[in-house]
Design a binder for this molecule. Structure first.
Ligand SMILES: Cc1cc2nc3c(=O)[nH]c(=O)nc-3n(C[C@H](O)[C@H](O)[C@H](O)COP(=O)(O)O)c2cc1C
Length: 334
């Protein structure tokens, strides 16, 4: 049996297949989610990390960070809490969107997020972590998950990590995504897949594996089988290949690269003002260009485009010339 045939059931709702598109700041906005949804094949998508304060102040129905189309299906809204915000108001506001689930970010290592006490800093501070998770759990009765890294690298990291898993379990969280890198590790270093059996043994919660999953070959599927994980989450490679989830479920995809890129361009302009759209399109293209042997040319031409018209004509010219496709694109160094 293909391990992806097993759904992950959280609070009575099935996620099938148990494949997730990772939250990625600057990337998993409404236009990108719409594009991924065109290909289907996933169980659930994530928004990018939203600050609780922004949730309270923005119009969630129109903001491209939170807006959702029916075609997307199950979407988790990922929120960064520090414990200083109005959690009731945040949850009340998010509830108006009827999220499939809410996810609390416990892994972001970015210095500006750490300075504010969010992401990995919340994970590190056990008392504040318990207080915040209990408070969110009390107010949100739906699916509540967390996403974390391994925490601070130290001789006692395993003890600390197991302790945090215990707190997370006691707070009534429904599932946990683990990206097995320490808080100070960049994406260059390999994710520590060998730790998943141990991580799974430390908690009763379903564990979703994340980090360097790029195809449905035996090692990745092994995270579900021998590794004991209940789901797989894909980040960067799902930006290179927004159709990747269909590949995981066995469909062979004949890709029209120009059509995919142009659709992303149009979707982005529908949801963002032009001055904001240009940055989002450049960011997506940095990943998408990895599909081509000479993709650095596409990357370079698009990054230096002064405006949207130049950007589009440069990208379309490149894609119309039937560029040679990279069989196994890589996300190294992005
Ligand atoms: C551009 C970018 C933005 C990210 N933003 C977030 C975020 O908002 N929330 C989060 O939990 N993780 C974020 N991450 C981490 C990813 O969700 C994921 O854990 C990481 O990329 C490893 O998975 P991958 O090897 O499949 O890319 C981000 C990663 C990237 C590359």
């Amino acid at each position: 049996m293909n391990p992806l045939d097993k759904s992950l059931c959280l609070r009575g709702s099935a996620i099938a297949p148990p494949l997730f598109c990772a939250p990625m700041a600057g990337v998993t906005h409404s236009a990108y989610r719409r594009l991924v949804a065109d290909f289907r094949g996933y169980g659930a998508l994530f928004t990018e990390m939203l600050s609780a304060r922004a949730v309270c102040s923005e119009n969630l129905m129109t903001s491209p960070f939170t807006k959702r189309r029916p075609v997307e299906g199950a979407v988790f809204y990922q929120v960064r809490f520090t414990g200083t915000e109005n959690i009731s108001q945040t949850i009340e506001k998010l509830s108006s969107l009827e999220p499939f689930g809410i996810d609390v970010n416990l892994g972001c290592p970015a210095p500006e997020i750490r300075k504010g006490g969010g992401g990995i800093e919340l994970f590190n501070d056990r008392a504040r972590l318990a207080r915040v998770l209990e408070s969110v759990r009390r107010r949100w009765k739906g699916i509540l998950t967390v996403k974390c890294r391994l925490g601070k690298r130290s001789e006692t990291w395993q003890e600390n990590f197991a302790d945090r898993l215990k707190i997370i379990g006691e707070c009534g969280i429904d599932a946990i995504t683990v990206h097995p890198r320490f808080s100070d590790e960049k994406l260059k270093r390999k994710a520590r897949w060998d730790l998943f059996p141990w991580i799974v043994s430390q908690t009763k919660l379903p564990v979703i594996a994340n980090g360097d999953i790029v195809d449905a070959t035996a090692p990745a599927l092994g995270l579900l089988e021998s590794g004991g994980c209940k789901g797989l989450m894909i980040g960067r490679m799902a930006v290179v290949k927004p159709w990747i989830f269909r590949e995981f479920t066995g469909a062979s995809e004949k890709v029209d690269y120009r059509d995919v890129w142009t659709r992303f361009y149009e979707y982005t302009l529908e949801d963002f003002r032009p001055e904001k759209a240009i940055g989002r399109i450049k960011e997506f293209t940095a990943y998408f260009s990895r599909n081509f042997i000479y993709g650095h040319e596409l990357f370079r031409k698009v990054q230096s485009a002064p405006d949207l018209a130049a950007l589009k004509s440069r990208a379309v010219d490149f894609l119309l010339a039937s560029p040679a496709v990279e069989k196994e694109p890589s996300v190294m160094g992005i």
